[in-house]
Design a protein around this ligand. Sequence first.
Ligand SMILES: [Zn+2]
Ligand SMILES: [Zn+2]
Length: 344
Amino acid sequence: MNNVLDHKCPNCNAVLKYDPHLEKWKCEYCRGEFTLNELDIIKKENNIEYSKKGNSENYGYICKNCGAQIIASENTSSTSCVYCKNTAIIMDKLTGEFNPDYVIPFKTKKVDAINAFKKFCKGKILMPKEFNNKKNIDEITGIYIPFWLYNFDADGIIEADCKRITTFRSGNYMYTKTDTYLATRGGSMTFNYVPVDGSKRFSNDIMNSIEPFDYSNLKEFNYSYLSGFLSEKYDVDKITASKDAIARAKNSFIDEMSKDIVGFNTVVPINNSINLSDKGSFYVLLPVWILNIKYKDKIYTFAMNGETGKLIGNIPIDKKKAVIIFALVFALTFIFLLIISYLR
Ligand SMILES: [Zn+2]
Ligand SMILES: [Zn+2]
């Protein structure tokens, strides 16, 4: 069974596109607008069955250079890899299962991402002129990044080395007194949706900079949300990713318990015994606008949270421009000082 039926307009059979602002599916030909519910009802009425899950055939590409497995809807095509800009990619059928549990749909459009990028570049005088040309800007792409979310119940105890420092004067001398205590705290905590990146290429630094996502907006996965966007298949599996989630949860547990120990100058956790029980994990897709620009053999990344619009980016410095500006500033300062000394 294919996913083609998911995106067809019930009126005119044209391809439907998800509109992030309307949060509806729109037909560009007959201007019809549909909610997911309406589409489901129409499909049921017409006895069209389709599987939301379990597709083993998708359209997209596998990048031979960086290994990215990118799924595209049939109306989206790519000429180069969204991550590494390698142009030797072939759009074709991809096999292997692709069954996310949930998705946070895009709330922003390409035009929002373009405007944000332009604003980001504004006033960066050392940026090379050709960096934000139209050709590069047009390559801003909406992509769903694979993530694992973990739920845990935690209980345990921590031991912390605590110091209280007091200073006092006696006669002509100042004294410093350090009291050392061993404090113990225990308790239980619940962790919901501890996120771990399921993509080897999407850098954690970038993710940390554009977080948070609002997990109350998670929707049950449906192929229809992917229309007009790319989606990446995970290549960090659930077990491997869980190690990061466990470490993150344990660290937060220790932090929270330490915060509870008050009245000391320093509190250093030295021991802990924490039990985490697995309360479920989910494979989800998170919306990100991404623009990777190759400039002088280096990749510069601009990324924007597709839900909130929070963004991060790095841009190259034009060395020639930098030298000219430095020389100008130097010359102006020199002239300025010359005038001052002349006026004295
Ligand atoms: Zn239509
Ligand atoms: Zn690639």
